[in-house]
Design a protein around this ligand. Structure first.
Ligand code: GLP
Length: 253
């Protein structure tokens, strides 16, 4: 794992965005794996700016990690709507090249198999953007998810329901289920970048980076991935035992 500690979330987001923009510039048919949540918002703004400055996204394909099960695509809290509003509507992506799991899929198992097949048909994900839940989840792979899991229907933890209740009128309205890429699916991306900001993530970040690989900290599976970069602000990095080493190593020519 390559650990980049920045003074601010802004600086970290711009660094991550620059890597993505560079990949799209070099290979216009880049396949991006995308995440929702507040963490990647600044990164998405930077990609929108890159588009306004001339970067072409017309051949890029995107696959989102997850979607609440039971929410229609136009529900104010659906991840499809989040992506349209915060990124897709502002780039020249072809709508048919943007993929978000269907929260209303009737045959969920068939849908999940097809989602995986579409990722394969696109040539696999080149860069997967990830946030981390305060319980260490990636996508909606909650603690105890199999490290070999594939796209499937999952049940959210009470922690995640309460973390995400801020976006809904009440915790009762937060869906209890989601369709999420599995940890096995995520690990197949050629490059992963996990972003994490703020002190409420420090414990999960430490467990993910310096704890043992465990299904109880799904993000720790990234330790097995050959090309993962973690972008942190100072607050999220606060509990890391080896943070001075990560800084030193990132500064080494
Ligand atoms: C949700 C998403 C995750 C995201 C997490 C953290 O649970 N399914 O993909 O990483 O929230 O959200 P935030 O970035 O708002 O802290």
């Amino acid at each position: 794992m390559n650990i980049i500690i920045c003074e601010t979330a802004e600086e970290a987001s711009l660094k991550a965005a620059a890597l993505i923009a560079n990949a799209v510039r070099t290979r216009p048919e880049t396949v991006l794996g995308l995440a929702t949540g507040s963490t990647p918002l600044r990164l998405y703004q930077a990609l929108i700016q890159a588009y306004r400055d001339g970067l072409d996204f017309s051949r890029v394909q995107t696959f989102n990690l997850d979607e609440y099960y039971g929410l229609a695509p136009d529900h104010p809290q659906s991840y499809r709507r989040f992506m349209n509003e915060h990124l897709f509507n502002h780039l020249n992506l072809k709508p048919e090249n943007t993929h978000v799991p269907d929260g209303l899929a009737r045959d969920v198992a068939a849908f999940c198999t097809e989602y995986e097949a579409k990722i394969q048909a696109a040539g696999g994900i080149d860069i997967q953007v990830l946030g981390i839940g305060s319980d260490g989840h990636i996508g909606f792979n909650e603690p105890s998810s199999s490290l070999a899991s594939r796209t499937r229907l999952v049940t959210l933890t009470q922690q995640t329901v309460s973390d995400n209740a801020r976006f809904f009128a009440s915790a009762d309205e937060v869906p209890r289920h989601a369709i999420s890429m599995g940890i096995g699916t995520i690990l197949e991306a050629k490059c992963c970048m996990m972003l994490s900001f703020g002190s409420n993530k420090a414990k999960a970040v430490r467990a993910a980076i310096e704890g043992g690989i465990s299904q109880f900290t799904p993000a720790s599976a990234l330790q097995m991935h050959p090309n993962t970069t973690v972008f942190l602000d100072e607050a999220a990095a606060a509990d890391l035992e080896m943070k001075e080493y990560y800084r030193w190593s990132a500064a080494c020519p």
